[in-house]
Design a binder for this molecule. Sequence first.
Ligand SMILES: NC(=O)c1ccc[n+]([C@@H]2O[C@H](COP(=O)([O-])OP(=O)(O)OC[C@H]3O[C@@H](n4cnc5c(N)ncnc54)[C@H](OP(=O)(O)O)[C@@H]3O)[C@@H](O)[C@H]2O)c1
Length: 328
Amino acid sequence: MGNIRWGIIGTGRIANTFAAALSGTQGSELYAAASRHLEKADIFAKKYNISKAYGSYRELAEDGEIGAVYIATPMASHFEDALMCLRSGRNVLCEKSVTLNAGQLKILLDTAAENDLFFMEAMWTKCRPAYLKAREWIKTGKIGDIRYIKADFSNLCKYDPNDRLFRPDCGGGALLDLAVYPLTLAEDILGMPDEVISSSHLRGGIDLSDTILLKWKNGACASIDAGFEIPLRNNAMISGEKGFIIFGDWFFCTSEAVLYDREGNIIEEYKMPNLVNGYEYEIMEVQRCLSEGKKESRLVPHSGTMNVMKIMDECRRQWGLEFPGEKE
Ligand SMILES: NC(=O)c1ccc[n+]([C@@H]2O[C@H](COP(=O)([O-])OP(=O)(O)OC[C@H]3O[C@@H](n4cnc5c(N)ncnc54)[C@H](OP(=O)(O)O)[C@@H]3O)[C@@H](O)[C@H]2O)c1
């Protein structure tokens, strides 16, 4: 299989970071970019030496030369953008949170299956070496049965009703923007929880700060905090009967993980610097899947993405929050 030709939809912050990662990753070619405005697409294309610039997302979706589309638009647009790409026959890597709700995700997964296409949430954390090392420690019984997970993520941002982060019509709020990472960690390690207890500080139709407790029937639990208002360490701990694992700060993108025994003695330290900027690992995972003809990533399985969407649906149900025009 030759290089994968990528198309990028949206030319904002993360699209730039992803394009930089793609430019430094072997086996992929940054082939096309689309913006709602052709001038923006042209500027982006020149910056990253991209051959095709489109002034509409549809034109890119319909370009049959593209092997995979990366969707880097605001949350509220993911569903329509991804659906259009899948219906046009494109494999899709879609930014987090993948959709506004589980109902939308189901439609995307069904459409991908009907069209025999690859679909993955761009949950880069799950593709990173430090995270995979922690998974290996857990799988090989280094910390025994998992009893507790603690993870938090804050991104201090001044409230601005015009910013996508705070706009209900853009799918704003700390839950879909930030809590999705610690929730993904907890779900990936312990599976779908049996109980979700959540509380949030709401303002202007979105959640600013969330505290979420997840419980499993076997007594395991996870404590998750996320928000725009208060500083947190942005770290994560996975604790088992025989020991625990602590990730470096900014756990979702860390290059470090440390394994401890139950007395707190260090057993193993793992460090793996990024090859480019950290997003290359999810790109390589998509490349691997496509070259093997897979429609789903083993590292970011559809079932995990769906479980996290269901947990977030339950949190929003508990808070009485609904996005405007939210379709299921
Ligand atoms: N994985 C990560 O580490 C990470 C980090 C940050 C963000 N994200 C995710 O990536 C997505 C984009 O975030 P971002 O920070 O890159 O956002 P951003 O800077 O605002 O860029 C989003 C882009 O989407 C396009 N767009 C389409 N409809 C839009 C609308 N109604 N309003 C504004 N822009 C619109 C715009 O591109 P055009 O004008 O070119 O069409 C815009 O530049 C979000 O889903 C976010 O959760 C992921």
